[in-house]
Design a binder for this molecule. Structure first.
Ligand SMILES: Cc1cc2nc3c(=O)[nH]c(=O)nc-3n(C[C@H](O)[C@H](O)[C@H](O)COP(=O)(O)O)c2cc1C
Length: 394
């Protein structure tokens, strides 16, 4: 007899299939909250489409009977070059979502970056004990709160701090406006009608919805409701942030410090002068500045700007193992995934995310085998068709 779990596993044969399964389960406003982007969604679409324009040129006679997908980052080994990136409110998609994500990353042997906007407080997620675990924060209007979060992350054993620099104002996400998406969720008549077809999610989340909160924003001995916390978060964003704030954070945080949201080569170069340890090329999955370029298009410029002195990671539109191999061939050290983790979570909780990471693993392995490379370190510019077209390298 087939159990429900086996049924979804058979149907979740790639990332897009998982997205469609998640769409069938989630109330439309929640699906759109994760799936959507800013304004015309040009950047969102372009992130995925631009990968199609990068072509891989295989050299199968190199002999790649066995493939090793592992990669090392700041002394920690990842079993595949794909990490779980920061995504706020993961607890909307599955009860205790963030801890499911952390445990799934641990089971898959990879890293997990917790969002500032997690439902579970960072201390609770750290208690899962998985590593590497990174913590993502912003520069807040209340600089003392920035420091406080960094100090809490250090105390809880987070291995790296990720400062997101592209969220200084909230992007204009029009699907959310159309849907009346709000935190806490408000269900009008049409919303309730839509819910009638989402019994699986409703049943799973019964009792949870009332507990959804921004766990890191609750002050000790405070019982603020989520509306108050959401207001506090929005009022804490600060478009006046500058390199001076980065320097201050550098003083506070002793471990590896990443900047996430880097698109401009000048900022990549400046990051070196400010003692940054790693960059994440990102446009926030097209959720912030619509009209920003696809991350895979920008990646080579950022890699050139830092000249190999610090690792460059990338996110945005990575839906296939071949996308990962393309990013690595263009100089990325590893990739992060945003939305796909939420599809995995929605479809099967922790098991769904393990399954999702396994899809990436199997696809990367197959692409490496087809290209004729056995180690991640061997994925280089010679796999890119454009480089051959530009003439022989000397
Ligand atoms: C629902 C959702 C919530 C997100 N929350 C955060 C966040 O709290 N902090 C952050 O730095 N990025 C956040 N991101 C952006 C992701 O970290 C990542 O940059 C982006 O999703 C990558 O693109 P992809 O979804 O195409 O993989 C979020 C993305 C989504 C879809």
């Amino acid at each position: 007899m087939t159990t429900p779990r086996q049924a979804w596993q058979r149907r979740a044969y790639n990332v897009e299939a998982m997205r469609l399964l998640a769409r069938a389960v989630l109330p439309p406003p929640f699906f759109d909250f994760a799936d959507g982007g800013a304004e015309k969604e040009c950047t969102l679409r372009r992130n995925e489409a631009a990968f199609d324009e990068v072509e891989l040129l295989p050299h199968p006679l190199s002999g790649a009977s066995e493939r090793d997908l592992s990669v090392s980052l700041f002394g920690k080994e990842l079993s595949l070059p794909v990490m779980i990136g920061p995504a706020g409110l993961a607890g909307l998609f599955w009860p205790d979502g963030e801890r499911c994500l952390a445990r799934a990353a641990g089971r898959a042997g990879t890293g997990f970056c917790l969002s500032h906007g997690s439902v579970a407080p960072l201390e609770d997620v750290a208690a899962c004990g998985t590593s590497p675990r990174w913590m993502q924060i912003f520069i807040y209007r209340d600089r003392a709160f920035t420091r406080e979060l960094a100090e809490r992350a250090a105390k809880s054993g987070y291995d790296a701090l990720v400062l997101t620099i592209d969220n200084q104002l909230l992007g204009n996400r029009e699907r959310d406006i159309r849907n009346g998406f709000a935190i806490p969720p408000r269900f009008g008549v049409s919303g309730l009608a839509g819910m009638a077809f989402k019994a699986e999610w409703l049943w799973r989340m019964r009792g949870e919805i009332r507990r959804i909160t921004f766990g890191n924003y609750v002050r000790p001995n405070e019982t603020a409701d989520i509306k108050t916390l959401a207001g506090r978060m929005a009022s804490l964003l600060d478009p006046s942030m500058s390199w001076a704030d980065v320097d201050e954070l550098r003083r506070v945080w002793a471990g590896p410090l990443f900047l996430k949201g880097i698109l401009h080569p000048h900022e990549a170069k400046a990051a070196l002068e400010h003692g940054i340890d790693g960059l994440i090329v990102s446009n926030h999955g097209g959720r912030q500045l619509d009209g920003a370029p696809a991350t895979i298009d920008v990646l080579p410029y950022i890699v050139a700007a830092v000249g190999g002195s610090i690792p460059v990671l990338i996110d945005g539109g990575i839906r296939r193992g071949s996308d990962v191999v393309k990013a690595l061939a263009l100089g990325a050290k590893a990739c992060l995934i945003g939305r796909p983790q939420l599809w995995g979570l929605t479809v099967g909780g922790e098991a769904g995310v393990v399954h999702l990471l396994d899809i990436y693993r199997r696809e990367i392995d197959r692409v490496m085998g087809l290209c004729g490379v056995s180690r991640i370190a061997d994925i280089g510019a010679d796999l890119l068709f454009t480089n051959i077209q530009n003439g022989p390298r000397r």
